[in-house]
Design a protein around this ligand. Structure first.
Ligand code: NAP
Length: 616
């Protein structure tokens, strides 16, 4: 969305077709403002490195505040499959392995239970942002109906546990176990997995389901180790300190001054709970969040009564189709995601069929529509926040999908409270002191610093996730991926036989994450089943297949990369370095097309691009 690409005309007409567009704002001015805000934020880029001021991230990552550590002896196992990670990716992999009749597997998980991100992120206010009726997988199979349109983290975690019981995968779990390395043993055509528990596990196949947000990060701010008060990262909440729980008020904060650092999807969910409880709250904002409506509501029993078998799959497909651009289908979901994606092509801005317009005009129209959507978000800030200066500071100046959009109805109103102060620190914190923090050159004393500063994520993390993967001839996956991911369809990599990746790696992305994981797990386990049945001891892609798929992904991602390059920094665009952004290594194609391609690959029966090696 570069201002230089848009031809300024008044009234607005599309540059190639001359079709008039119904917009009532000065779009050139808006785009210039977007560029200005992005450049100002980029003036001090976020460098993430393990330095003296990175605080103790390793301790943070390995600390489990929710369960005591139990003792167990190391195990020595020969398995068909090891699944690394017990979040919804690991749960779905377990479910599909069992469906395929494979029971000789373990799910290795650092936490003390299933749930993944919902095990760790127990901060007050955590909720799914894709509707519960979609986000909570296997509702029909489990007979469970969520209590609300968007349920809290506790209910989602409980559902993960419910599925663990339903699919009978608890006996397959090795909890509180951290993988240290994973090595290919060529002589046995097996992976050997070592853990911090002294386990030695040999497995014919490995499924990686680590999740992109497993490594919490503190910002690199000088002085973080000097702070004498309490430090909390949102992904390791300390209810002993704050009081309350995921449902109850944080009663121990009544006499506390608290700073919340970070206003991403997490920060905006936590903030209202702090504002309700603490004596004083400073919300330290570097980039304003884009906060759209949420419209949460209890589940309507009349709606539930209308549901017929297959309803959840139908909703998954409907949601996915709409977010893939099929906006003429009926909207069965009716949430802000579908509203945004239905509006983005700009149908309501012109009197002609958008698909009949030249491609360049379609892009221009989409830019205008994007601006209109975010205008409405900015107007909502003005309507909600009474202090005009604060309202101005809370307005986002970037495209609607530059960052994960936030959906919240209680966040903006907190800025009307006496006890809440917005610290508009465009360049982030200056430093942390013994007694508080310094932003914009001013020190504020606080008792507690709460970091909602996210996770280390991006394509550079896929090769390792904290443990080394050593493939054929000791080749390191991290190094294999150093110049960019190399995969076939996002799942398989050369010299790393029988290793299947479920993460964000050159496959199609769906904001409906659990649905995406389910599809990936189905494909992964189907491949394993085929290999076991056909006596295939190893499979891996050819070099050619890897580079061809890499080219397909690169070409499909060009326009999205161009959009991301115009965005304010965040993990979506590698903090301003698009090649490091999470979406640069995503296959930017509609979900239906991607899975259609995978289905064709199966139907074709040739396993094109994969080398299949049989015993002997
Ligand atoms: P995030 O999106 O990476 O946001 C981190 C926040 O911390 C940003 O506001 C960032 O500012 C700020 N920050 C980082 N370093 C800072 C510094 N030195 N000084 C001041 N501020 C600093 O992390 P997140 O909010 O935890 O969300 C991560 C992802 O988890 C989301 O995108 C989403 O996919 C998922 N999530 C989903 C839900 C849900 O509703 N289902 C809820 C929470 C999270 P800048 O923007 O300027 O970088």
């Amino acid at each position: 969305m570069n201002s230089k690409d848009v031809v300024v005309k008044t009234p607005v007409v599309l540059p190639e077709s001359g079709v008039p567009v119904d917009v009532d704002f000065d779009y050139a001015e808006l785009l210039a403002r977007y560029d200005e805000e992005r450049d100002a934020r980029l003036a001090r880029p976020t460098s993430r490195s393990k330095g003296a001021d990175a605080h103790d991230e390793e301790a943070l990552r390995t600390w489990d505040p929710y369960a005591p550590r139990f003792d167990r002896e190391g195990v020595d196992l020969d398995l068909d499959v090891v699944v690394l990670g017990g979040g919804f990716g690991g749960i779905t992999a377990g479910k599909w392995l069992k469906e395929q009749g494979i029971d000789n597997f373990r799910i290795v998980e650092q936490a003390s239970d299933f749930g993944g991100t919902w095990y760790w992120n127990r901060y007050p206010g955590a909720q799914c942002d894709v509707q519960s009726y979609l986000y909570l997988p296997y509702l029909e199979e489990s007979g469970y109906m969520p209590t609300k349109k968007y349920v809290g983290g506790k209910e989602i975690f409980e559902h993960a546990q419910r599925l663990g019981r339903l699919f009978d995968i608890y006996p397959n779990a090795l909890f509180q176990t951290v993988v240290s390395d994973v090595r290919w043993d060529e002589s046995h055509n097996a992976w050997v997995i070592a853990t911090d528990r002294g386990d030695t596990i040999r497995a014919k196949f490995v499924i990686r389901a680590n999740g992109p947000f497993s490594k919490p990060q503190y910002p690199t701010v000088p002085g973080i180790d000097d702070f004498k008060g309490k430090i909390i990262h949102t992904s390791r909440w300390d209810y002993q300190y704050t009081g309350g729980d995921q449902d109850l008020p944080l009663d121990k904060l009544r006499d506390k001054r608290v700073a919340l650092i970070g206003t991403g999807a997490t920060g905006i969910q936590v903030a209202p709970h702090l504002a309700d409880a603490a004596e004083q709250v400073f919300v330290v904002q570097r980039t304003p969040a884009l906060v759209a409506e949420r419209n949460n509501a209890p589940t309507d029993p009349d709606w539930v009564a209308t549901l017929t078998p297959g309803w959840q799959s139908q909703m998954h497909e409907n949601f996915t189709d709409q977010l893939s651009g099929l906006v003429h289908v009926e909207d069965l979901v009716q949430d802000v995601w579908t509203q945004i994606y239905r509006a983005l092509p700009g149908h309501d801005l012109v009197d002609v069929d958008v698909s009949s317009l030249p491609e360049k005009d379609q892009i221009h129209l989409s830019i205008l529509s994007d601006l209109k959507i975010v205008n409405a978000v900015r107007e909502r800030v003005d309507r909600t926040v009474s202090n005009p200066e604060t309202a101005e500071a809370l307005k986002p100046w970037f495209g609607v999908v530059c960052k994960r959009p936030g959906f919240h109805d209680e966040y903006l109103p907190i800025f009307n409270k006496e006890s809440v102060t917005l610290i508009n620190a465009r360049q982030g914190l200056d430093r942390i002191t013994e007694n508080g923090f310094v932003a914009n050159g001013v020190e504020h004393e606080v008792d507690c610093l709460i970091f909602a500063t996210g996770f280390e994520t991006g394509p550079h993390t896929v090769g390792s996730y904290g443990y080394e993967i050593l493939g054929r001839d000791g080749r390191n996956l991290r190094e294999h991926f150093a110049g960019g991911l190399k995969t076939l369809h996002g799942f398989f990599s050369r010299d790393f036989p029988n290793l299947i990746e479920l993460g964000l790696s050159q496959n199609a992305f769906n904001v409906h994450y659990t649905y995406m994981l389910d599809r990936k797990a189905r494909h992964a386990t189907r491949m394993i089943k085929h290999a076991l049945d056909a006596d295939i001891v190893s499979f891996e892609p050819t070099h050619e297949a890897e580079s061809e798929w890499g080219e397909v992904v690169r070409l499909a991602g060009e326009s999205h990369a161009a959009y991301q390059a115009t965005c304010t920094p965040g993990y979506y665009n590698g903090q301003g370095n698009v090649t490091q952004g999470i979406f640069r290594e995503i296959y930017q194609a509609p979900d239906r097309d991607y899975w259609g391609l995978i289905e064709e690959w199966w139907e074709n029966g040739e396993f094109t691009g994969l080398e299949l090696n049989k015993n002997g």
